[in-house]
Design a protein around this ligand. Structure first.
Ligand code: ATP
Length: 460
């Protein structure tokens, strides 16, 4: 990751241009909660839409689902979340800050004199903020709890889902019975998940409310390797589509000792964020753990019967699990490009560092900016007509303030692939100038052909 792409610069751009705002900002903000602004919601929707296309609608073996966020609490008992979905917590005895013990180990805050041949004792680790002594490790459950209905007693406790996968497993039988599906097939879901993380950090990388895009792909246990490899390929294609550079991505094979006990293979996709190499996505072969657990806890028969051999068994599962917000952050970081001295030769104003957000065109929040060369009424009228026509198919903006060079820069900074400039010649020849964000090449295109031109260029 290049030095110039610091997290501060991206956070600043995101706030300044309306991608991401601190949540409830007028009340001082809420720690690690963020709102996606007008440009952010477009980019986020584009990420989700293209994921759905690539992982669901373009395939023959996938269907979708949108399950409730608040589910029967037994779901989380069965899945093991209520007992085990916890992170190791330590507290500083001096400043009372709380940390995730495993993160402190990763961050190497271990006191220098620690003998590496011996197991690590919490006492060998000090508070990274004040150097104070830490408490013993406690397990802290991350499930968000609330009450369902008017009575606040233990019988009405429910949880916000900590992952979208649970909704898929409990609907496995419903989907199977209604969709005439045969193995292998998958169910996908995009939705919010909630985890009461001990520490939140690094902008939208780790928050307590976030969004996931998950697939549970049901298979026969025999030959699971080929399905795993095939999803590995899909995830690699996805990362490429997002514009993530190969050198910023690392696939980490998780060793048996670090995998969940039921998983026979797990690969984490890690991304070299400016604050360290961290998990972006996960791909896991979860065997038949989930369906077994839900079958046991619900007492329902969740088995699949092979229509040819009549063999009855619980399908196994391959799970690609992706975070929407982490995708968003990696996309912004990968696209953020600074050009020293600017790249335009036409405008004097453009001499300092120029920022171009080189987003894949399909992800760009705004596809086309319509820019009349002057505010004169005859140009405004033609420009507004063009805008209204293009808006039927593309997210467009209109900007008539400042010099044309400055307006191009504004659009470059938010990643708009095309600018349409309407000038006085346009009134005569019924053509406009289309400028490409990356090549800066300009083409004269007939107004009547604009929609078809962008349709083709933007791959709609
Ligand atoms: P981490 O080790 O970073 O806590 P995890 O291994 O617990 O992540 P999973 O349970 O595998 O994460 O969740 C699947 C995906 O959901 C992650 O790869 C990530 O993209 C996303 N995700 C998980 N927790 C968060 C969070 N607190 N904020 C934003 N995204 C998250």
């Amino acid at each position: 990751m290049e030095e110039s792409r610091t997290i501060e610069k991206v956070v600043n751009l995101a706030k300044r241009r309306g991608f991401i705002f601190p949540s409830s900002e007028i009340y001082g903000g809420l720690s690690a909660a963020y709102d996606y602004g007008p440009l952010g919601v477009e980019l986020k929707n584009n990420i989700k839409r293209t994921w759905w296309k690539m992982f669901v609608s373009e395939r023959l073996d996938m269907v979708g689902l949108d399950a409730a966020i608040i589910m029967h609490p037994k779901t989380w008992e069965a899945s093991g979340h209520l007992d085990n979905f916890s992170d190791p917590l330590v507290e500083c005895k001096k400043c009372h800050r709380r940390f995730r013990y495993d993160h402190l180990l990763e961050d190497k805050t271990i006191v220098p004199q620690h003998d590496k041949t011996k197991p690590i004792d919490p006492k060998d680790i000090v508070c990274p903020e004040c150097g104070g002594e830490l408490t013993d490790v406690k397990q802290f459950n991350m499930m968000f709890k609330t009450f369902m209905g008017p009575v606040e007693d233990s019988a009405s406790i429910v949880y916000l889902r900590p992952e979208t996968a649970g909704g898929i497993f409990v609907n496995f039988k419903n989907v199977l019975d209604t969709q005439r599906l045969r193995l292998p097939f998958g169910i996908a879901q995009i939705g919010k998940a909630f985890r009461n993380e001990i520490t939140t950090e690094n902008f939208i990388f780790r928050t307590r409310e976030f969004e996931q895009m998950e697939v549970e792909y049901f298979i026969e246990p025999k030959g699971w390797e080929k399905h795993f490899d095939s999803w590995l390929g899909v995830m690699r294609d996805w990362c490429k589509f997002l514009g993530l550079k190969k050198e910023d991505l690392v696939e980490v094979e998780i060793s048996e000792k670090d995998r969940a006990f039921y998983s026979k293979r797990t690969i984490d996709f890690e991304y070299k964020f400016p604050f360290g190499q961290k998990e972006l996505y996960g791909l896991a072969y979860r065997t038949d753990y989930d369906l077994t657990q839900h079958q046991k806890a619900s007492g329902q028969d969740l088995a699949y019967t092979d229509p040819v051999t009549r063999e009855k068994f619980l399908p196994h599962v391959i799970e690609p699990s992706l975070g929407v917000d982490r995708s968003f952050l990696a996309v912004l970081l990968s696209a953020y490009t600074e050009i020293d001295g600017g790249r335009s030769t036409t405008t004097k104003a453009i001499k300092d560092v120029e920022v171009v957000l080189k987003l894949p065109y399909q992800l760009a929040p705004i596809k086309v900016a319509v820019l009349p060369l002057s505010k004169k009424e005859e140009l405004s009228k033609v420009s507004q007509d063009i805008l209204l026509k293009l808006k039927k198919n593309f997210v467009c903006v209109y900007d008539e303030t400042a010099s044309i060079g400055k307006r191009y820069r504004r659009q470059d900074e938010i990643g708009t692939p095309y600018c349409v400039t309407v000038d006085f010649d346009s009134l005569e020849d019924k053509k406009v100038t289309v400028r490409d964000r990356d090549t800066m090449e300009q083409e004269r295109i007939a107004i009547d052909e604009l929609a078809a031109y962008f349709q083709e260029k933007l791959n709609y």
